[in-house]
Design a protein around this ligand. Structure first.
Ligand SMILES: [Zn+2]
Length: 80
């Protein structure tokens, strides 16, 4: 699944990350274990496991909360 990153100098830890999301459909706020985040070819952040809202089951509706954003920023800076 993560075979498309040969050029990436990945110094990050590869532990499973739990990120805080808010559902864009039902506004439910939840934590989701997204596995290891990766940067795709266009340096867009992608998740190993795509979040699914536990409230309504929506996919691809997730919004990062401030808490979710800050943990991903820390990850991108190599702090975690
Ligand atoms: Zn939802």
């Amino acid at each position: 699944m993560l075979t498309h990153s040969p050029g990436l100098d990945n110094q990050h830890n590869t532990h499973n990350m739990i990120v805080n999301f808010k559902c864009g459909s039902c506004n439910h706020v939840y934590n989701f274990e997204i596995g290891t985040p990766v940067l795709d070819k266009s340096f867009k952040l992608a998740f190993e496991i795509n979040p699914v809202c536990p409230g309504c089951g929506a996919r691809d509706k997730e919004l990062l909360t401030e808490m979710g954003q800050s943990i991903l920023t820390m990850w991108q800076m190599g702090e975690i």
